[in-house]
Each structure stands twice: as structure tokens, then as C-alpha cells.
Design a protein around this ligand. Structure first.
Ligand code: 8YV
Length: 327
């Protein structure tokens, strides 16, 4: 019996590749090049499965050029690199990697909030430049975290993780805005109060964005929303580039219309808007919110399990378009 063929689009853990090799003929990308459209199509020729990351765009044109493809398994919870509608129309299964990264990503959201509010990187740069030569009463005085108001936009699993950390660990008043309201039990668990987006922006001391990217969530935070925020407030984005208008944010930070921001994701990443690199009051990290070895391993294994589950046993674990598997 011939074994299904798959492409692992980027370098991943050797142990995960070994697991995949037990079931499939596997083409890998050991040099870890980011594959452009033409190269991705070339390597996917004759493959039934693709192990993808956020860097591979799977859309109608690619699918039409890869008629053998039956499943794309994303090693990410976010899947804005997938055109799920086009995949469903062509009978291609889409899977993502939820749950395994929830707590790790919420930890990082909190790390970025703390670093932003307490000016951790800005003050470290000052020290490294050799500028620290005396104490002064307001040196790098930041914003209070404990007891302050935490506003969360996007109250899915990761948003709830951030809320619990804030409410239970730091005694914060948590308010949230989401497309749909949480159940009373979940609201109680997160000690979170549902408010309008406008009220959240006006009253939060720290705003954390954890909303999935889509056409509707594009520029959820732009100049108008930044103008509603307190001049002392901070903004953290661990969601996706494009949720924030980075140019408008850089301007607001430069003019101190908000106090500071912490960004793990950027419009057009890995490029970063040059104006953001110029302002001191922003903490910048290279999309690492899920990056612990244990969590990245769990994400890779879940993507692999989806490929094995579907192509070998007909049962994917975390399908985005389950109707395709049922056909
Ligand atoms: C990934 C992420 O590292 O899961 C997500 O949605 O943003 C990150 O955890 C990234 O997308 C690479 O696949």
C-alpha cells in the first residue's frame, strides 16, 4: 500500500518529523526557508497533506494548483493564513492547534503587560547605554498594575486566561468586550464584567487585545479608538498584526496620547513599522507569545496528530471545517 505524501513546510522538531515518517512519505524543509507561493506549489505537487505554520498562505489559487491536497494542518491556533471557505469548497480539510497554547500565551500577555506598564525594556536600554548614574524620584515611574482596571478585547480561551491572571493574581477589575457575552459561570470564574468597546477603551488602565484576525477585526484599534483611551493607559497586542493600525499607534505613542504599548505582532511582520522602532515607550517582541519549548512541541504534535488522524484514520482532532471529514 502506498503511503500518503506530506510536506512539512517549515523546520520543526526532529521528533515530530520522526512521528510523521512512521505514517507518511515526508518532504521537509530543513533549511527553514519561508516558501513563496511558487515554491510552495512546487513542493506540494503530488502531496495529500501539508503541515503549515502562519507563514504559508493557503488560498483558492494555491488549492487550484495543488489538486491532490486533502488536508492542511496549521501549527497555530490562529488561521487567518487559511481561506477556509475556499478549502471547504474544494474538499480540503483545515485544522488548527487550539488549547495547547492557551495558558502559555496568556502568561506572555501578562509578561508584556507588566513590561509595558513598568517600563522594563525602556529602562534596561537606558542602563545598557550607561546613562544610569544616580537615583531620582520619578525615574522610569510607570503605571500601577495591581488593583488597576484591565480591559480585554477578545474573550476567547486566551483572553479568559489573561483575565484570570489579572483578577485572581493582581486584584484587577476586569472588563471585557467580545462579539458574544460569556456565560454567567465563565464571567464569575474570570471575575469579568461585559462592557461596550467604547466603555472599555475609556475606562481601562491596561487594554489587552486577544481577538482573532479577520476583515471585521482589521484595525480594531486605530486613531479614533486610541483617542478614547486614557493618556496614562497602556495597550498590549498578542493577537495578530493588523488588529492595530501600527502607524496610528506609533503616532499616539510619540505624542504621548497613551502612555505605552507592548506588541508581539505587527502589520506585515516580520517587518515592523519604522515609526514604532523610533518611539521609546513601546515593548517589541518577535511573535513569541506561544514560544516555550513544551508548548511549541505540543502545537507541533497536535498538527501532526491531525495529519495522522485524518489521512490514516479518517478522524482529525481539531478540524475547522469538520463537514469535509464527514463527506
Ligand atoms: C504561532 C500564533 O507561533 O498560534 C498562533 O496563532 O500566532 C503562534 O502561536 C505562529 O502563528 C506560527 O504558526
Amino acid at each position: 500500500m502506498t503511503r500518503p505524501k506530506i510536506l512539512v513546510a517549515r523546520a520543526i522538531f526532529p521528533e515530530t518529523i520522526e512521528r510523521l515518517r512512521a505514517h507518511f512519505e515526508v518532504e521537509t524543509n530543513p533549511d527553514d526557508q519561508v516558501l513563496d507561493r511558487a515554491e510552495l506549489v512546487r513542493r506540494l505537487a503530488g502531496k495529500q497533506g501539508a503541515f503549515t505554520t502562519g507563514s504559508e498562505r493557503i488560498d483558492a489559487a494555491l488549492l487550484d494548483a495543488c489538486p491532490d491536497l486533502r488536508i492542511c494542518a496549521n501549527m497555530a491556533v490562529g488561521y487567518n493564513n487559511f481561506d477556509v471557505e475556499a478549502m471547504t469548497a474544494r474538499g480540503v480539510l483545515a485544522t488548527n492547534a487550539p488549547d495547547v497554547l492557551t495558558e502559555t500565551t496568556a502568561d506572555f500577555g501578562f509578561a508584556l503587560l507588566m513590561a509595558t506598564a513598568r517600563r522594563v525594556t525602556e529602562s534596561e536600554h537606558f542602563l545598557r547605554r550607561g546613562e544610569w548614574n544616580r537615583w531620582s524620584y520619578d525615574m522610569f515611574a510607570g503605571a500601577e498594575v495591581h488593583g488597576s482596571t484591565l480591559g480585554i478585547i477578545g474573550m476567547g480561551r486566551i483572553g479568559q486566561g489573561v483575565a484570570r491572571r489579572g483578577a485572581h493574581g493582581f486584584g484587577m477589575q476586569v472588563i471585557y468586550y467580545n462579539r458574544s457575552r460569556l456565560s454567567p459561570a465563565l464571567e464569575a470564574d474570570c471575575k469579568a464584567r461585559y462592557v461596550s468597546k467604547e466603555e472599555l477603551l475609556r475606562s481601562a488602565d491596561h487594554v489587552v487585545l486577544v481577538v482573532p484576525y479577520s476583515a471585521e477585526s482589521h484595525h480594531t484599534i486605530g486613531a479614533a479608538e486610541l483617542a478614547l483611551m486614557k493618556p496614562t493607559a497602556t495597550l498590549v497586542n498578542i493577537a495578530r498584526g493588523g488588529i492595530v493600525d501600527d502607524a496610528a499607534l506609533a503616532q499616539a505613542l510619540r505624542e504621548r496620547r497613551i502612555a505605552a504599548a507592548g506588541l508581539d505582532v505587527f502589520e506585515g511582520e516580520p517587518k515592523v513599522h519604522p515609526a514604532l522602532l523610533e518611539v521609546p515607550n513601546v515593548v517589541l517582541t518577535p511573535h513569541i507569545a506561544s514560544a516555550t519549548l513544551a508548548t511549541r512541541r505540543a502545537m507541533a504534535d497536535l498538527a501532526a496528530d491531525n495529519l495522522i488522524g485524518y489521512l490514516v484514520h479518517g478522524k482529525p482532532l481539531t478540524p475547522l471545517n469538520p463537514g469535509v471529514a464527514a463527506r
